[in-house]
Design a protein around this ligand. Structure first.
Ligand code: GLN
Length: 261
């Protein structure tokens, strides 16, 4: 009986040590991973890809795009591995606030409203809203959208811009849905970010882009972190600064924009 108790004690001791090690291992892993939140519905910045440059935490999904390359490079500079949590665009800032993700890279425009809930990095890309119409459309400027059927993506700055111009619109969950509405003649115009618009126009025949710099201001994309996470923000800013200086970002943009054409 005594011997039996001793054996049990030894087993427990081993189990305890194993648990402690396992916990340590997990922590060490956690420290070496940076979780980027994105919404992989925004080519050429992020999309789901079978052979993408970055994976989800469980390794089952893979993502590609300009932001994904940037995320990898930031992690690399920090001596970490980047993984992606692909969530709805509207949920990204909340995910930052509740610690579900470390940083958000999603072609996200830095806005005063968003700055109330999160902190943004220095800008890494400048975009603008544009209109996608069918070739031959009579929409030549933003004011021509009056009385037309306008499609935007819910929660994108495109929605805010159209709302501020005072037009009625229909909001969809995804950019691809808006483009399908246009292709199928169910709407007249889609308002969305410039590089993404070019991507859709390259992928769908018979569409063209109309710009109007008097109606649509320049927008700057930034990476968001939870409010007050200055340590991470400083590291991200340093990495972006380096990549802007050494041409990594412009080369990545050229690569992904050329690929789309
Ligand atoms: N730049 C736009 C925004 O911030 C769209 C971003 C996106 O769809 N990923 O709302």
């Amino acid at each position: 009986m005594k011997k039996y108790v001793k054996v049990l004690a030894v087993i427990f001791a081993f189990a305890l040590v194993a648990c402690v090690f396992a916990a340590c291992g997990e922590k060490a892993d956690g420290d070496n991973v940076i979780v980027f939140g994105t919404n992989a519905e925004f080519p050429p910045f992020e999309s789901v890809a079978s052979d993408g440059v970055i994976k989800s935490a469980d390794g089952t999904q893979s993502f590609d795009g300009i932001d994904m390359v940037i995320a990898n490079k930031i992690a690399e500079k920090m001596g970490k591995t980047a993984v992606v949590n692909n969530i709805e665009f509207d949920s990204l800032l909340v995910a930052l606030q509740n610690g579900q993700i470390d940083a958000c890279i999603a072609g996200m425009t830095i806005t005063e409203e968003r700055k109330e809930s999160v902190d943004f990095s220095i800008p890494y890309y400048t975009a603008t809203q544009v209109m996608i119409v069918k070739e031959g459309s009579d929409i030549k400027s933003a004011k021509d959208m009056a009385g037309k059927k306008i499609a935007v993506v819910q929660g994108y700055t495109g929605e805010t811009v159209v709302k501020d111009l005072g037009y009625e619109y229909e909001a969809f969950k995804k950019g691809t849905e808006c483009v399908m509405e246009l292709v199928n003649g169910k709407c007249d115009v889609v308002v969305i970010d410039s590089a993404t618009a070019e991507n859709y126009v390259a992928d769908n025949q018979g569409l063209t882009i109309v710009e109007d710099s008097s109606a649509f201001e320049a927008e700057e994309y930034g990476i968001a972190v939870a409010k007050g996470n200055t340590e991470l923000l400083n590291q991200i800013n340093e990495a972006i600064g380096d990549m802007l200086d050494d041409g990594t970002i412009s080369a990545t943009v050229v690569k992904y924009v050329d690929e789309a054409e």
